[in-house]
Design a protein around this ligand. Structure first.
Ligand code: R5P
Length: 292
C-alpha cells in the first residue's frame, strides 16, 4: 500500500498513511509550464502496488491535478487505485435547479471515477451523487472526527443552521448525548441568508454553550447570521464547527468577530483545522477496500 498526496491534501494524506500503519507516502513533483499548464510526475515504485491517492478539489486546478495524478499512477503500473477526495468540489450542484444547468457533481464524478477502483469522499453534499458513480464509492463521515474534538469542549446544545443539516446534528447529538435544534434558513443569494428560530419552539438558550454545526462554511454568511440570532437568546458561548472549511474572502475574520470558537476538520487546509478525518478515512479504506 502506497499513499500519494496531491498538493491540495498533502498533510491529510500523510496522516492517512500513518493511520494505515505508516504506509509509504509520497508527493508528486509539480510545476507549471509558462502557459500555465500543469506538469507533474509521481515517484516511488508503484508497479503492482495498491495506491491511495488523496486530493481535495477545491479549485479547478485541483481537479486537473487529480485527473493527471490518476493517469500517472496508472501509467506507473499500480494495482488498485483508491481515490480519496476529502472535499469534493461542485458537489452542491447535484441537480439542475434551472433549465439548461448541468449536474456538475455527476459530471465531475464521471471523470474522477474513470481510472479509480474505488472513490472515497467525506460528507459529500448529497449522497445521491455517489449513487451516480459506476465504481464502488463511499462517503466517510466528518462527524466522528468533530465529535472527538467536541467531547473535550463545553457543549450544552447543538444547532443546525438549516433543516438540511438535521441528520448531521442529530447524529452528533447522539454521539455527545446532548440536545439539538435546527434553525429555519432562507437563502437570499449566494452570500446572504435569513435565519429564524424553529417555528415549533426553541429550547431556552440563556447561559448555554452552543455549537452550530454545518457541513461547509463557505462565505460564512450562514454561521454569522446563526451566531447573531443565538446571541439574542443570551447564550454563554458560540462555537462554529464544520467538516469543510472553505472560508472564502474574509469569512474567517467575520466569523471570529461573532463566534467564540471555530473548528473545522482537515478535509481542506485552513486556519481552523482542529479535528482530523484521517482515522475515519483509514478505517473506511480498511473495511471497504481491504487496505492494510
Ligand atoms: C448549505 O446547504 C450548506 O450546508 C452550508 O450551510 C452553506 O454552504 C454555507 O455557506 P455560507 O458559509 O456561504 O453561508
Amino acid at each position: 500500500m502506497y499513499v500519494i498526496g496531491g498538493t491540495a491534501s498533502t498533510a491529510l494524506a500523510e496522516r492517512i498513511s500513518r493511520e494505515l500503519g505508516n504506509a509509504p507516502f509520497g508527493i508528486p513533483f509539480v510545476k507549471r509550464f509558462p502557459d500555465g499548464e500543469l506538469y507533474l510526475r509521481v515517484g516511488g515504485r508503484l508497479t503492482g502496488e495498491d495506491v491511495v491517492l488523496v486530493q481535495s478539489t477545491r479549485t479547478d486546478q485541483d481537479v486537473i491535478e487529480l485527473l493527471l495524478l490518476e493517469d500517472a499512477i496508472r501509467e506507473a503500473g499500480a494495482n488498485r487505485l483508491f481515490v480519496v477526495v476529502p472535499y469534493f468540489g461542485y458537489a452542491r450542484q447535484d441537480r439542475p435547479f434551472f433549465p439548461g444547468e448541468p449536474v456538475s457533481a455527476r459530471a465531475l464524478g464521471r471523470h474522477v471515477e474513470l481510472l479509480a477502483d474505488t472513490v472515497v469522499t467525506v460528507d459529500m453534499h448529497s449522497p445521491l451523487t455517489l449513487k451516480s458513480f459506476t465504481k464502488p464509492a463511499f462517503d466517510a463521515s466528518g462527524i466522528p472526527a468533530m465529535a472527538r474534538l467536541l467531547t473535550e469542549r463545553p457543549v450544552d446544545l447543538l444547532v443546525s443552521p438549516d433543516k438540511g443539516g438535521v441528520d448531521r446534528v442529530r447524529r452528533m447529538a447522539q454521539l455527545l448525548d446532548k440536545p439539538w435544534m435546527a434553525l429555519e434558513k432562507r437563502r437570499i443569494d449566494s452570500e446572504h441568508v435569513e435565519l429564524a428560530l424553529p417555528s415549533n419552539g426553541a429550547p431556552d438558550l440563556e447561559g448555554k454553550h452552543v455549537v452550530v454545526l454545518d457541513d461547509v462554511i463557505s462565505t460564512g454568511g450562514t454561521i454569522v447570521e446563526a451566531s447573531k440570532l443565538l446571541k439574542k437568546g443570551s447564550v454563554r458561548s458560540i462555537a462554529a464547527a464544520c467538516t469543510h472549511g472553505l472560508f472564502l474572502k474574509d469569512a474567517f475574520e467575520r466569523i471570529k468577530a461573532v463566534a467564540d470558537a471555530l473548528y473545522s476538520t482537515d478535509t481542506l487546509d485552513n486556519p481552523a483545522e482542529k479535528a482530523s478525518v484521517a482515522p475515519d478515512i483509514a478505517q473506511l479504506l480498511r473495511r471497504e477496500c481491504g487496505a492494510t
